[in-house]
Design a protein around this ligand. Structure first.
Ligand code: NAD
Ligand code: MG
Length: 395
């Protein structure tokens, strides 16, 4: 029986994780559920899954939850440092890291440092902390498994030795020439370029293939998501820039591929449903049922591929350039993008302003070297201050 903590339990990945647990009640136990402010959803989850601990980062939300679940035997906790303590408790076997954005970095790193089995959905945590994150995995003997569907697909296509050396594998020595990171191109792959400035948040979050939280949905529409995933792949698979390639594949049936030196290309396919990579990570190296429909090739019909158009997707270009420049640039870009997407979702800036704010920050934030978590948080803060200045230029 694996005792799990679910960070971001009320979100899209959290919901899918709980659904896979419900399919396999003899193998997994919900030890703790963690969310930010959504009390009503957390109450429902507590009643259904009966965790030992329910944690709301927000203190008022925790107080409200405590009153609502007083009849259940659940410890309700709150606060950021208490969250780091929660994931390191000895009863905890594995942690689903599915808080959105930079807020997920501290608890995810706490789980890594406690040597837990960490199922990583929160790509922003890795993009921000890069080398420090990967070094901590090795230093503290944590098990890291990639939940992001592309990285999970790549992981599944790697030789076992390379899987066991996540973050430190030698792709060249493993006979691999390239990692082919696929992306659907999102809802605006074929939209008239002149229509993009007027895109509304509702249009941007309507992804053609995947159902996801609002931030990652906007990132998919700008293709910043693929940019963040490019950086994520760089760290997870110890890949050089010349070993990474983005391929547009609108159907999202192939979830990414690995090209070998002998000409073979291995791919992982499936319906676009996050329960598959989540179940893979939960049970690895075993396989369990996920509740996902089997892929029906007669319904799939056609698979197509094309090169990304960087005029349409400037955020992807910025992320690839930042990845080339180094970890300071990707930390700045991640923070700037979080601020820009938040303001776009609130209707304060246009869709096309997101790339402008991101570029402004990459040009203007002084990128000091990152030797500690404190350095990362300081640079993240500077980038957010700069992004707010950049927003002012968008009106
Ligand atoms: P979501 O918006 O649906 O859920 C976010 C969760 O994070 C919620 O439970 C919320 O309570 C919690 N949260 C937000 N701010 C918090 C804070 N300050 N402290 C503590 N908790 C906080 O997001 P999602 O779509 O489930 O995505 C979660 C993460 O997984 C993101 O990093 C995303 O990039 C990644 N991811 C998601 C998908 C997907 O299909 N949804 C796929 C791949 C990767
Ligand atoms: Mg993905």
């Amino acid at each position: 029986m694996q005792n799990m903590v679910i960070l971001g339990a009320t979100g899209s990945i959290g919901t899918s994780t709980l659904s896979v647990i419900a399919e396999n009640p003899d193998a997994f136990n919900v030890f703790a559920l963690v969310a930010n402010t959504n009390v009503s959803k957390m109450v429902a989850l507590c009643r259904r899954h009966q965790p030992k601990v329910a944690h709301m980062v927000d203190a008022n939300a925790a107080q409200a939850l405590r009153a609502e679940v007083a009849d259940l035997d659940i410890e309700v906790t709150s606060g950021e440092s208490e969250l780091a303590d929660l994931v390191t408790r000895p009863e905890v076997d594995s942690v689903m890291a599915a808080i959105v954005g930079a807020a997920g970095m501290a608890p995810t790193l706490a789980a890594v440092k406690a040597g837990k089995r960490v199922l990583l959905a929160n790509k922003e945590a890795l993009v921000m902390s890069g080398r420090l994150f990967i070094d901590a995995v090795a230093k503290y003997g944590a098990t890291l498994l990639p939940v992001d569907s592309e990285h999970n697909a790549i992981y599944q296509c790697l030789p076992k030795d390379a899987q066991q050396q996540i973050g430190r594998c030698n792709l060249q020595a493993a006979g691999i020439s390239k990692i082919l990171l696929t992306g659907s191109g999102g809802p605006f792959l074929h939209a008239d370029l002149n229509s993009l400035p007027a895109v509304t948040p509702a249009q941007a979050i309507k992804h053609p293939n995947w159902s996801m939280g609002p931030k990652i949905s906007v990132d998919s529409a700008t293709m910043m998501n693929k940019g963040l995933e490019y950086v994520e792949a760089r760290w997870l698979f110890n890949a050089g820039i010349d070993q990474l390639q983005v391929v547009i594949h609108p159907q999202s049936v192939i979830h990414s591929m690995v090209q070998y030196q002998d000409g073979s290309v291995l791919a992982q396919l499936g319906n676009p449903d996050m329960r598959t990579p989540i179940a893979h990570c939960m049970a690895y190296p075993a396989r369990i049922v996920s509740g996902v429909e089997p892929l029906d090739f007669f319904k799939v019909g056609q698979l197509s591929f094309c090169e990304p158009d960087y005029t349409r997707f400037p955020c992807l270009k910025l992320a690839m350039a930042a990845c080339r420049a180094g970890q300071e640039a990707t930390t700045v870009l991640n923070a700037a993008n979080e601020v820009a997407v938040d303001h776009f979702l609130k209707g304060a800036i246009r869709f096309t302003d997101i790339a402008k704010v991101n570029e402004f920050c990459l040009e203007h934030v002084l990128q000091s070297p990152l030797d500690s978590i404190a350095d990362i948080l300081a640079l993240d803060y500077e980038a957010r201050v700069c992004a707010r200045k950049g927003l002012a230029l968008c009106h």
